[in-house]
Design a protein around this ligand. Sequence first.
Ligand code: FPP
Length: 257
Amino acid sequence: MEIKEQINREKLPGHVAVIMDGNGRWARKQGFARIKGHEKGVGAVRDTVEAAAELGIRYLTLFAFSTENWNRPKYEIDALMKLLVESIHNEMKTLMDNNIRLATIGDLQSLPSKSQQELKKAMDTTSGNTGLTLVLALSYSSRWEIVEACRKIAETVQKGEMKPEEIDVHSFTAGLTTVGIPDPELLIRTSGEYRISNFLLWQIAYTELYFTPTLWPDFNKEEFFRAILDFQNRERRFGLTSEQITKVESAKKKRTQ
Ligand code: FPP
């Protein structure tokens, strides 16, 4: 049976996040400049977005550019920004045809104005779409986001609109750039690295982690489906015991019968 057919559509993760890694190594292996790896990586982005939309996954977040990536050589940053603008421009029809809404997280104001404009246009055009929400993490890092959220809460307290004892998980979460987006249930990282690299640290408290040695430019639909299947074969306990989980599951089943 094909991998896709083995996936249980009733047990899909609501939100999948992906650390796309290995573009540079892929290029070096082929004897190309690093940017060729990023260019080939755009194909893997297309495949992954299509695969998520085909399954009916609600949210897909891609780590496209980190705060730390600003330290790369200027020509690589410029090439990545150009690639981003071109890809969004070229994929607008696909986004519309597939009912995909584009969203972003990160410090967008630090991006070149051309990139900001293209992103804003694409977000406005796709804002009414009701299928998959594709979230691009751009100039994003979790520590930056958490510090920003602290600042917002501190300002609210300083203005006297909130008491320190009223700060809780809910009010803190409201200050993150992911506000309104459910936490990821599955996080995929490619290229055989076992790290989180400052990505969604707060949001992945209960997320299942999936690591594959495949370099990002070689990632494809089949690999994505394999990760979803792996996720579906795990038992998620959220701090409960196996017995409690079995009870919750059978109560859920009874309710839907
Ligand atoms: C990591 O590989 C990848 C990136 C920093 C950029 C990802 C960007 C794309 C796939 C292209 C554009 C994106 C969109 C959303 C259209 P790396 O360069 O860190 O690889 P290495 O670890 O092998 O050096």
